[in-house]
Design a protein around this ligand. Structure first.
Ligand SMILES: *[C@@H]1O[C@H](CO)[C@@H](O)[C@H](O)[C@H]1NC(C)=O
Ligand SMILES: *[C@@H]1O[C@H](CO)[C@@H](O)[C@H](O)[C@H]1NC(C)=O
Ligand SMILES: *[C@@H]1O[C@H](CO)[C@@H](O)[C@H](O)[C@H]1NC(C)=O
Ligand SMILES: *[C@@H]1O[C@H](CO)[C@@H](O)[C@H](O)[C@H]1NC(C)=O
Length: 960
């Protein structure tokens, strides 16, 4: 005892630290995955309390499942998560399932990098707040089976690349803001017609336009559900739809479709639900004879030719619901129609049906409603003593006769036909927020809206259906061994889209609340159609509420009053202390906030005024000042996972702004720190340079002894990566010409338009980056020298540059002129042709090309040098001129080399020769790139394909 109490506190601390270290050594999670999960967490609020500590797998973070120390799934539905999805999710390379459904405050753009999750099978984010385009990179998820992005705010077009998802079973983009056409493949670009394994096309409630492409459907397809309702589709229904024999549900309603319905539609003999309503369809009513399991038929509000009530309708033996409002029906309704065995609801309002309404005597109990308002029916005599069917004849001749006050002449009040089973137990009173379950136990249920898109029945009033639904729900929960005690269904209603909404409550067994992992799993069952109800329910989606009772009591504000009263009564004094403490914390927080606000308003408030550098606040255009703390946050504390390169200057990190924008941060290492004045000059210069072919500076950080430059993140890596095949982008001849033109324009701007002019000094293919449309952006002119007026066009300085690109004249004379950049650019041009490094196996590309070329021969006799990726099978128009220009650039004497402006003109001419408008620089020969440019702001980032390391001028060069 004595020994212990006298133990040096330092030793205690040491022991504590040591044991913590042992913990972290024993961590089970892969280190990259830890960093990535932390990056996710860094952008979320309301993560589960278990998300502390260092080891997501070992510490069993809620919602995270691992296999062999790699994160395998993330399921966090209905958690009330707030924030954005970090692009670092792409580092979780073993991830197979993401389900983040029902977190309505989780949103922002879907990071492009998601496309690099090569093992992903389920991408499910239903009912969140995601917006912006669905990135084209989604088409790289080769293993994807479920893609459910319904009920978000995605805009832009459906990426054609989805057509590449050959394993896709389920495509649900319902209820977004998607627009433009339904993409089909064109030989060079993919499209949805390629999805022959997919069973579900759920694209309803968007703003898709254009016609439904006939090429979309073929007899190879296995589609069950085609849901295109509530869009802006035009043109006629393609007859190819009739080829997809597997179809069960077709919803084309609420579009602007025109023309006649193709006559082969009745070949779809497996269809149980057909919605063609609210279009501008014309011609004769389709003849649907033979669709023997058709249950629900809605053709309302179209411009069909006037016709009598078609005889074939009375042959549809499975029909439960017939909706033909405003379809120009006339004549008398045949009596035998009403004896169809499953008929529930008939809505034939707003037609010109006439004569006598005779529903006969052989209709069944389930017939509930016959709505014939706004017709011309003259007679109806209900047979006394027969089961009452609700008949509405408002605004028919029969109701216009004086003195008629029959029930059928008034519009009935909508009766709430709520179904519920009698409890076999006595419901008990529950405390606030708890609800008595069907088994009469008080608990906090998980709730949400279950929405059936096309049920084969009109109303859920048939006890058998109700029991069936409850049974199927319970079955799907118990098959996953989920602790569910009972479910209840209530409040059914048809929404304006003819969807049937039901309120669902799921009650826990064993305790009165669910824990996080169970909620996620229940939500997963409902969000990825794990719950697969049989007919007559059909396709559905679920909208979960966020669950607030994980601790067994409300964490929401509703309950906080109760809780604080209890605390007050039990321990008033303690509460007071707590309040005082909170007040203190609040005051401190406010002060900090005020400080931060001041900082933001005056970003240079902390400009290093203490240093005797004499550097005042820099004069910046469009660049902002970042604090060290901020950048720490955006890079997950400058984690290794975010380190994307390094060089003599220091390291480059990738970061993500709260807006979701990716940035590249150059962090100077200690020995590279410049004086304050130099740093200031540099960022002032850089912030003035704006050109679409130059990587732009977004800001800087000069804080806590750090010097950092923040650049836009250029997603497609360097030209070197593309030429070497590392990034997987194939560059054909035209693209190479465009890249040459772009980088020449960037350089010409630096030389001729920047004020003062800037010499790059380190032009090379690792310093030319490619954006999402493969536009060239010249990087790292940051450390170039300005050309002061006083120095008359050249500067003497310590030779910097990279061997192979280095202008020999500059090397020997140490006189730097802009012509040195021209030399380096000439080398880049040769590299574009050959894909070879300037010096490879001791051979210098400039000398090799000069020696081999023969102007009299085809392609200047350079066949063996040309990179096969350039497309040797095509005619390389302008290649000879390109070689000539490159050789002009690498002339021994700077005076003989062209200026960059002249180089630009020359490449423009070559592009014209190749048949392209040089001003249309980003237009590509392949349509897929156009789509990519429009549809997604960025391409996937991959650690390997991106390398800024070359972007630092080496501090030393090796002599040749
Ligand atoms: C509908 O089609 C069936 C069989 O294809 C045919 O027997 C019938 O006469 C047609 N009915 C009408 C009204 O065209
Ligand atoms: C009902 O309408 C049809 C077609 O418009 C017409 O030929 C027929 O005579 C009408 N029948 C009665 C009883 O008014
Ligand atoms: C049916 O007719 C009534 C009265 O003419 C009109 O107000 C209503 O909008 C029509 N409904 C449809 C669906 O056409
Ligand atoms: C309820 O519906 C089911 C299936 O649609 C049917 O088999 C059953 O006979 C119906 N029951 C009643 C009482 O209508």
């Amino acid at each position: 005892m004595r020994c212990y109490s006298e133990m040096n506190p330092k030793i205690l601390v040491f022991l504590l630290v040591a044991s913590l270290q042992i913990c972290s050594i024993a961590a089970r999670t892969d280190i990259d995955d830890v960093a990535a999960v932390k990056a996710l967490k860094g952008m979320w609020e309301n993560t589960p309390p278990s998300w502390e500590g260092q080891d997501p797998c070992g510490d069993q973070w809620d919602g995270i499942k691992c296999i062999n120390s790699r994160v395998n799934s993330i399921q966090l539905s209905s958690m009330g998560l707030k924030g954005q999805l970090s692009g670092y999710i792409s580092d979780l390379q073993e991830l197979q399932t993401i389900d983040l459904s029902y977190n309505k405050d989780l949103g922002g753009p879907l990071p492009t990098s998601i496309g690099s999750l090569k093992k992903l099978e389920n991408l499910i984010m239903v009912g969140c707040g995601f917006f912006g385009p669905i990135p084209d990179s989604i088409g790289s998820l080769q293993q994807l089976v479920f893609l459910s992005l319904n009920s978000n705010k995605f805009s832009g077009q459906i990426p054609p690349s989805i057509g590449n998802l050959s394993q896709l079973f389920w495509l649900d983009l319902t209820d977004n803001k998607l627009e433009g056409p339904i993409p089909i493949s064109t030989g060079t670009t993919p499209g949805l017609d390629m999805l022959i394994k997919t069973k579900h096309f759920h694209l309803g409630k968007n703003q898709l336009s254009g016609r439904i492409p006939p090429e979309l459907f073929s007899s190879d397809m296995r589609l069950k559900h085609v849901l295109f309702d509530s869009n802006k589709l035009t043109g006629s229904i393609p007859s190819t739809l009739g080829l997809v024999q597997t179809l069960e549900v077709v919803r084309l309603d609420r579009n602007s479709l025109t023309g006649p319905v193709p006559s082969n539609l009745n070949k779809l003999t497996n269809v149980s639900d057909l919605f063609l309503s609210n279009n501008k369809l014309s011609g004769p009513l389709p003849n649907l004879t033979g669709m023997n399991i058709l249950s629900y038929l809605d053709m309302s509000n179209n411009s069909f030719d006037a016709s009598n009530f078609p005889p074939w309708i009375s042959t549809l033996q499975s029909l439960t619901t017939l909706v033909m409002e405003n379809t120009q029906l006339q004549g008398q309704i045949p009596t035998r129609f009403f004896s169809l065995p499953y008929l529930q609801t008939v809505d034939l309002s707003n037609n010109t049906l006439n004569g006598t309404l005779d529903i006969g005597t052989s209709y069944r109990d389930r017939l509930q409603l016959i709505d014939l308002r706004n017709n011309l029916i003259a007679e109806y005599s209900p047979i006394p003593g027969q089961k009452q069917v609700e008949v509405i004849l408002v605004n028919n001749l029969v109701c216009k006769e004086t003195g008629v006050s029959a029930d059928y002449c008034t519009i009935p009040r909508p009766n709430s036909s709520n179904v519920s089973l009698p409890n076999n137990c006595e419901p008990i009173p529950c405390r606030s927020n708890q609800i008595s379950s069907p088994k009469c136990k008080c608990a906090y249920p998980y709730t949400g809206l279950l929405v059936f898109i096309a049920p084969s029945f009109s109303v859920l009033d048939n006890k058998t259906n109700y029991i069936l639904l409850v049974q199927q729900l319970m079955d799907s929960f118990s098959s996953k061994q989920l602790p569910v005690d009972s479910v209840s269904i209530s409040n059914q209603r048809k929404d304006p889209f003819s969807y049937l909404e039901l309120k669902l409550e799921v009650f826990p067994s064993n305790q009165d609340h669910f824990n996080r992992s169970v909620i996620s799993q229940i939500a997963f069952v409902l969000s990825n159609a794990n719950f697969n109800p049989t007919k007559p329910f059909g396709p559905y989606f679920f909208h979960g509420d966020s669950y607030q009772y994980f601790a067994g009591e409300a964490t929401g504000s509703n309950n906080s009053l109760n809780t604080s009263i209890i605390i007050g009564a039990v321990a008033g004094g303690f509460a007071l202390v707590l309040l005082l403490l909170l007040a203190g914390v609040y005051a401190y927080h406010q002060k900090k906030r005020a400080e931060r606000a001041t900082e933001r308003n005056n970003p240079f408030a902390h400009w290093d005024s203490t240093q005797s550098s004499g550097a005042g606040v820099p004069q910046l255009k469009g660049a902002r000042c970042f604090s060290f703390e901020e950048l720490k946050k955006y890079t997950s504390n400058f984690s290794e996972a975010n380190n994307i390169g390094s060089g003599g200057y220091g390291k480059v990190y990738r970061g993500i702004l709260p807006s979701g924008e990716l940035i590249a941060i150059k962090r100077a290492q200690q020995i590279s720190l410049q004086g304050g004045l130099e740093f200031k000059t540099e960022i002032e210069l850089l912030s003035r340079v704006h050109h679409k072919n130059l990587v732009s500076l977004l800001g800087f950080c000069f804080d806590q002894g750090e010097q950092m430059l923040i650049y836009e993140f250029v997603p497609n890596g360097s030209l070197r990566d593309s030429l070497s095949g590392k990034s997987g982008t194939r560059l054909d001849w035209i693209r190479r010409l465009k890249i040459a033109l772009g980088s020449a324009r960037g350089l010409a701007y630096l030389h001729e338009l920047a004020n003062p002019p800037i010499i790059h000094r380190d032009i090379k293919t690792t310093n030319i980056l490619l954006d999402e449309c493969l536009n060239a952006k010249v990087a790292d002119f940051g450390l170039s020298k300005l050309m002061g007026d006083t120095e008359k066009g050249h500067v003497t300085t310590q030779v910097k540059g990279t061997m192979g690109y280095l202008d020999p004249e500059y090397y020997m004379t140490q006189l730097l002129t802009e012509k040195s950049d021209v030399y380096s650019f000439g080398v880049v041009m040769l590299e574009l042709l050959t894909a070879r490094k300037p010096i490879e196996r001791g051979k210098y590309i400039v000398r090799e090309v000069k020696m081999a070329m023969d102007r009299k021969k085809d392609l200047y006799n350079l066949h063996e040098f040309l990179d096969p990726g350039i497309g040797l099978e095509t005619t390389l128009k302008g290649l000879n001129k390109f070689v000539d220009l490159a050789l002009e650039c690498v002339k021994e004497s700077g005076a003989d080399r062209p200026k960059m402006g002249e180089v630009v003109k020359e490449i423009e001419d070559i592009l014209q020769l190749a048949g392209l408008n040089p001003n249309n620089e980003s237009a590509s020969t392949s349509a897929s790139y156009e789509e990519a440019a429009k549809g997604s702001p960025r391409h996937p980032y991959s650690k390997d394909s991106f390398d800024y390391s070359g972007a630092f001028p080496p501090s030393k060069i090796q002599p040749q």
